[in-house]
Ligand binder design. Sequence first.
Ligand code: CP
Ligand code: NVA
Length: 317
Amino acid sequence: MNYEKKDLMAIDDFKDDLPEIINWAINLKNDDEMADGFKPLEGMTIGSIYEKPSTRTRVSFEVGVNKLGGQPLTLLSNDIQLGKSESVSDTAAVLSRYLDGITYRCFKHSDAQLLAKSASVPVINALSDMHHPCQAAADLMAITENKKDLNGHISWVGDGNNVLHDLLLAGVILGHDVKYATPEGMEPNQEVVDRAVEIGNKTGAKVVATNDPIEAVSDAGVIYTDIFVSMGEEHLENKFEAFQGFQVNEELVSNANDNYLFMHCLPAHRGEEVTDGVIDSKNSIVFDQAENRMWAQMSLLTYMCNPIAWEAYRDLY
Ligand code: CP
Ligand code: NVA
């Protein structure tokens, strides 16, 4: 059977299969027997290029690829020719001759798209200025695990950034309403919002925008935030000041449902976008999210790099 090469640039690239990818990640996490004997990446090498720092993404890909029987290869941008004397497209063509899959953390989303277009092996966007699909897969996995019947909508308080874009898309794909509060002028990309609304029209999920954090978190089942100034935006003067009143603190979360979940992709800037009292509370699932990066990516890698194994195991579970 011929399988078309799959690339993951934004989480809605896999909108039809996302629920199954997430359920399958939960199976992998909980079924030791399956996890031990399952080596769909045996004989494969997965290379990961980083233009920006990373803790979770790097470690979760390295350990996850190993667990699946593959060999991870981390390529830090300072050590390779990309961005200095070699183009994205030549890099993609060369790496495709050695590797069975590529993950790419980059500044410009257009570079991730160009790498995917130029590579003959599957490419995963491991965070760009526009999207962070692996984070969203792990987050919806954590929501599914922690609260099968989410008591209230998913709310976002903060910047209209890469993490919000994929949370919006993944949230509505899984049928959850998403309400986001951003400061004026920091709204998410309209084209991404339009995609989320269109998906929500099919799944019955609503997308609501506001500039008022209290409105967003009122009666929420999930409160999600992220750093106010993302990697690569440090030069944007005064961006930080726009977030007065957007800190997720004890007073703000008192508007949510009692058993709401607090979520953050991490790293967190404690005392800025979130207080210790909230991130360390019983409602916080931030470390479940971090762990789930590995299981969700293992499921995604199998789906993308070994579709035969994916289909065979899918039928068993
Ligand atoms: N959440 C996330 O992507 O973390 P890292 O930047 O540490 O990879
Ligand atoms: N929005 C943040 C996410 C970090 C995981 C950034 O892009 O820096």
